[in-house]
Design a protein around this ligand. Structure first.
Ligand code: FES
Length: 77
């Protein structure tokens, strides 16, 4: 019985979306949120997925990519 280990190469996951930006981050204002800000991962590298844990920073440095989280912001009253 053999074990095959496949190592993932550092690759960009964003081939063409808004590549002129250092980091692609979008925000949505939501009226009913318990916290002022919640960040959802869009890079698939977070250890707390679906929430962002900042892992996109390491991914961006390794690949030259520009991915970032989706931010949900509580609407100010
Ligand atoms: Fe994936 Fe932040 S860890 S967007």
């Amino acid at each position: 019985r053999s074990l095959v280990v496949v190592r993932a190469e550092a690759q960009s996951i964003n081939p063409e979306i808004r590549k002129n930006e250092e980091k692609v981050v979008d925000s949505v204002v939501v009226a009913e949120l318990s916290k002022p800000l919640t960040a959802y991962c869009r890079c698939w590298r977070s250890g707390t997925f679906p929430l962002c844990d900042g892992s996109h920073v390491k991914h961006n440095k390794a690949t030259g990519d520009n991915v970032g989280p989706l931010l949900l912001k509580k609407q100010k009253e």
